[in-house]
Every structure is written in structure tokens, then in C-alpha cells.
Design a protein around this ligand. Structure first.
Ligand SMILES: *[C@@H]1O[C@H](CO)[C@@H](O)[C@H](O)[C@H]1NC(C)=O
Ligand SMILES: *[C@@H]1O[C@H](CO)[C@@H](O)[C@H](O)[C@H]1NC(C)=O
Ligand SMILES: *[C@@H]1O[C@H](CO)[C@@H](O)[C@H](O)[C@H]1NC(C)=O
Ligand SMILES: *[C@@H]1O[C@H](CO)[C@@H](O)[C@H](O)[C@H]1NC(C)=O
Length: 363
């Protein structure tokens, strides 16, 4: 059904239309020169005009001619350039029809994509071999779209290749978002838009495996962990400090999802007490520095010193904090001399009366 429609359509527009259709009723007079390489058989009016084996039949533009009806035209034909030939008749004998159809995207010079050829009395197919050439612009897809309405979309990343997890539909105009499995971090844009030309606004991101490099060494401390080149996200390690050093910060450190370690602690040194000949307060009663174990305080300890009022015989306190081995005496503190310490121990700054609040107003 479809093929016969095509046939009709092609016929209606082909130059062979007239001779073919007319042949059904009456044969035209021989028209020469219209077709090249055409050897018309002998002209005739009746079968009697031809020999015993021939019949007087209408041979297209050759008009009534003496032909051998059983003779065949070349079949199958060698493959054409950008075209396909189909025999429309049961055999390629005299008057058989052949359809030559251009491949998709190709057309003949006359703009059609198919031609009909007839097996002539000279055992040749009528007309020239059709030349199918690529069309300047591809056939419009509009018709197809109207019928099938395919949803235009953009290409998603290859699931086997990419670990990226996509949320949303990749249809034109839509926005999708990407994520990565745990232990991986997204490199690229986390959102994308599918343009009407079915391309993404951004290239797809990738999921990069995250790991932590060996954690930093801590001065005066050591790491309690299996030595590795890479640590997985969520791996934990522990730090310890060398003897006499105090841990400042968490002892447990974790490999974070961005490949960084959580806060790494410090190992802080103790502080020598910068006073010898007056008492001090380290959390509790007044003490002589030589009574303090090793003469040091822990990192973070507060040490209270006694200072003398510049004009009065009274003392006031000033506090300093030990920080990683550094503990300065307050600027008001004056270390008593050896003589003062030996001869007048009761007049040492840490031993005299405390100043009254009033005394301290004009300090
Ligand atoms: C088919 O293509 C080949 C190579 O391009 C060319 O040599 C040949 O003449 C073409 N045949 C026709 C019928 O156009
Ligand atoms: C597709 O459309 C976008 C936005 O209109 C444009 O930026 C991009 O260059 C286009 N891409 C191609 C391949 O035409
Ligand atoms: C990793 O994440 C932590 C906490 O989310 C953040 O403090 C740190 O700066 C990040 N590191 C990098 C290199 O982005
Ligand atoms: C030292 O003093 C500071 C500020 O007064 C206080 O925050 C800190 O807790 C004190 N440290 C100790 C070990 O008592």
C-alpha cells in the first residue's frame, strides 16, 4: 500500500511518467534523443512485423518495438552510491519496474529521493543511474517530533565510569544536582542545567576519593596509629605527649570527609617558675618556689606573684599563666636580693601585709 503510493508520487513527478502511463493505453511514437545510450529495437506496428521469437510491444520512449519479452535486464545491480535498488516486479524481465531509493539524507538532482526504472527492450534499465548526493541540510525532524513527542534531554554521566549520583531528570530546561558516595568528594559544579540544544551548562563533576595524608607530627608528642600512606575518611588516630609535656587539645584525631584531619593537639612544655626568693601562689597556699616539684608549673597553670607597692610597705598580687614553657614574672615583680632574702626574710615582698583596696586606687 505504502509502496504503491510512493510509486504514484514518484511517477507523477518523473519525466518517465508520460510514456509509462500512456503505455497502458496507447504507445507513444518513438521519441529519440531523450535518453542516452538508448538502442531502440526495430520499430513495428504488429507482431507480424517482428520475427518468430519477438513480439511487437510498447517499449517506452522507443514506441512499439520488436522485443523478446523473456529477456531480462541486469539483476541484481552492483551497489549504488548512497542508494538502494528494489525490484518491484517478480522478475527483471521486459517491462519490470525497479525502484532506486536514496539513503536517508541523500537526494537526486531533481530533489526526489527515489526513481523508477523500467526494463527496456534493449535489456537495459531505463534512464541514467540515479546519483544520490547528500542534502545540504538534514531533513527537518519536526514532523517526527509532532507524532512521537520525544522528550528532549541531555546526556547523563556514564554510571559505570562515574560515581556521581544524580538527582533530578535530565530533560531540557531542568536542573539536576549531583552528589558523591561517602569517602568521595565532588569536584566540579554540584548543579547543572540542560539547555534547549541538549547540552549541559557545565561539564559533569567527578567524585574524587578522599583520604587523609599521614597526620602532622606533634612536637614533643607521638602518634599512636598504624603507619600508612593514606588514611580513609573516618579513620581515627591518637596522640600522646612525651613525659613532662601536657596535651593541649583532643587526643583523638579523625580523618574528615574533605581529606583534612580534625584539630591536631599540641604537647605543651612546663614552665620554670621565674622567682626564687619570694613566695608564690599556684592554686592553693603560698609556697616557696624551691618547694614546688622540679620548680616548674604545668602549661596553663596560673602563678600569682607578689609585688611591692611603690610608695607603701604593702604588697599586691599579679597573676601570670604558664604557656608552653613560657612564664614571665609580672613587670611589677622584683626578685629580692640574696642579702634581703637571707637577712630580712620577714620583709620580703611575699611576707609583708597586703595593701588595702584604698592603697591600690592610685597605683
Ligand atoms: C560511486 O562512487 C565512486 C567513488 O566515489 C565513483 O568512482 C563512482 O563513479 C560512483 N558511481 C556513480 C554511479 O556515481
Ligand atoms: C547550547 O546553548 C547554550 C545556551 O544557549 C550555549 O551557551 C551553548 O554554547 C550551546 N552549545 C552548543 C554546542 O551549541
Ligand atoms: C575540612 O573540613 C573542616 C570541617 O568541616 C574544616 O574546618 C577544614 O577547613 C576543611 N579543610 C579543607 C582543606 O577544606
Ligand atoms: C588561670 O586563670 C584564667 C583566667 O583567670 C582561668 O580562665 C584559668 O582557668 C586559670 N587556670 C587554672 C589552671 O586555674
Amino acid at each position: 500500500m505504502e509502496r504503491s503510493l510512493v510509486l504514484l508520487a514518484v511517477w507523477a513527478l518523473t519525466s518517465i511518467l508520460a510514456p509509462l502511463l500512456v503505455a497502458a493505453e496507447e504507445c507513444p511514437e518513438r521519441i529519440l534523443g531523450n535518453e542516452r545510450k538508448r538502442n531502440c529495437p526495430r520499430n513495428c506496428k504488429k507482431d507480424k512485423d517482428c520475427g518468430a521469437k519477438r513480439q511487437c510491444l510498447c517499449d517506452g520512449q522507443c514506441g512499439l518495438s520488436c522485443v523478446v519479452p523473456s529477456r531480462t535486464c541486469p539483476w541484481p545491480l552492483p551497489p549504488g552510491n548512497n542508494s538502494e535498488a528494489h525490484l518491484l516486479s517478480p522478475t527483471p524481465s521486459f517491462s519490470a519496474l525497479l525502484e532506486v531509493r536514496c539513503l536517508a539524507g541523500y537526494a537526486m538532482d531533481n530533489g526526489l529521493d527515489a526513481a523508477i526504472r523500467r526494463c527496456q527492450g534493449d535489456r537495459q534499465w531505463s534512464g541514467d543511474e540515479p546519483v544520490c548526493t547528500a542534502m545540504a541540510s538534514p531533513p527537518p525532524l519536526e514532523v517526527e517530533e509532532e507524532h512521537e513527542e520525544p522528550v528532549a534531554s541531555c546526556e547523563l554521566p556514564e554510571p559505570d565510569v562515574s560515581l556521581v549520583i544524580v538527582a533530578g531528570k535530565p530533560t531540557v530546561g531542568a536542573t539536576i544536582s549531583y552528589s558523591c558516595p561517602t569517602g568521595y568528594v565532588l569536584v566540579g559544579n554540584s548543579e547543572n542545567v540542560c539547555h534547549s540544544n541538549q547540552t549541559w551548562h557545565f561539564p559533569h563533576p567527578i567524585c574524587q576519593r578522599m583520604f587523609c595524608s599521614p597526620p602532622a607530627e606533634v612536637e614533643n608528642g607521638y602518634l599512636v596509629a598504624v603507619q600508612r600512606k593514606e588514611y580513609d575518611v573516618d579513620d581515627t588516630i591518637y596522640y600522646l605527649c612525651k613525659k613532662t609535656y601536657a596535651l593541649d587539645g583532643p587526643n583523638k584525631v579523625t580523618c574528615l570527609s574533605n581529606g583534612s584531619w580534625s584539630a591536631i593537639p599540641f604537647c605543651r612544655a612546663r614552665c620554670p617558675i621565674p622567682a626564687e626568693r619570694s613566695r608564690i601562689i599556684i592554686d592553693g597556699p603560698k609556697r616557696w618556689p624551691f618547694d614546688v616539684t622540679d620548680g616548674v608549673v604545668q602549661h596553663g597553670d596560673n602563678v600569682t606573684f607578689f609585688c611591692k607597692h611603690p610608695r607603701k610597705q604593702c604588697s599586691y598580687t599579679a597573676m601570670e599563666t604558664c604557656f608552653d614553657g613560657q612564664l614571665q614574672a609580672p613587670s611589677c615583680y622584683i626578685e629580692p636580693t640574696w642579702l634581703q632574702y637571707k637577712l630580712f626574710p620577714h620583709r620580703l615582698v611575699s611576707e609583708i601585709d597586703s595593701c588595702s583596696p584604698d592603697d591600690l586606687v592610685d597605683l
